[in-house]
Every structure is written in C-alpha cells, then in structure tokens.
Ligand binder design. Structure first.
Ligand code: 5GP
Length: 112
C-alpha cells in the first residue's frame, strides 16, 4: 500500500535525505523527538516489521548497516536507540516499514 514514504522515495515530496542506495533510504524525521532523529526505510513497500518474510533478510540487514553508518556520521558515538513501531498497538502511524534512530540525549526505559 503506497504511503507518504513512497512519495519520499519517488522524490514527489522533499525530505532531508542522509543516505540513499538501491535498497534503502535514510532521512530526518519531520517532527524530531530527539536532537538527532532520522528514519531508515526499505525502498520495497513492506507495511511493517510484522509483514517481513525470509526473502527480505538482505533488505533488513542493509537497513541495519545504514542505520549504524548514518548514526556514526551524525556523531552518535555515545549511543542511540532504534525503534520499529509496529502496527496499531506498536504506535505505527505510517504504514511503510521504518526504523527510527534517536540520539543526542539519554533515552528512558521503558518506553510509553
Ligand atoms: P510511526 O509513528 O509510524 O512509527 O512514525 C512515523 C514517523 O514519520 C513520525 O515520527 C513522523 O514524524 C514521520 N513523518 C511522517 N510524515 C513525514 C514526512 O512527510 N516527512 C518526514 N521526514 N517524516 C515524516
């Protein structure tokens, strides 16, 4: 199902893109919840983490590597948090799989 993130991938709407390759895209969240807050998304339209299959392993691995490299480039050597809000009870609003990377301040646990 196309979402707002499909339009960002297609460059139909602008985003502050931090990384792009054939498999995934990293861009700053429009409504940041931390001094550094970016999203890593697969270009493939996967609705959520609950909708992945084994054929997506390479895509998911690439997203993790990109998250790590962009976090490093953003100066998050003190640490950060990766979050994948998943479906309704997980608090997911955009139905395109995305990983939040939040950093630049201490994170609380447990999340709300
Ligand atoms: P979710 O609640 O689905 O896990 O998170 C979706 C995230 O996408 C939110 O943090 C929201 O601020 C971000 N977001 C929604 N629409 C846009 C947009 O058009 N551009 C950017 N850069 N981020 C967006």
């Amino acid at each position: 199902m196309p979402s707002i993130f499909s339009k960002i991938i297609a460059k139909e709407i602008p985003a502050d893109i931090l990384h792009e390759d054939d498999v995934c895209l990293a861009f700053r969240d429009i409504n940041p919840k931390a001094p550094v807050h970016f999203l890593v998304i697969p270009k493939k339209e996967i609705e959520s983490l609950a909708d992945v299959s084994e054929e997506d392993e390479a895509i998911l691995g690439r997203c993790m590597v990109v998250a790590s490299k962009v976090a490093d480039a953003e100066g998050l050597e003190a640490g950060y948090r990766m979050v994948a809000n998943t479906r309704e009870e997980g608090g997911q609003e955009v139905p395109h799989l995305h990983f939040h990377i939040l950093g630049g301040r201490p994170m609380n646990w447990p999340p709300g």
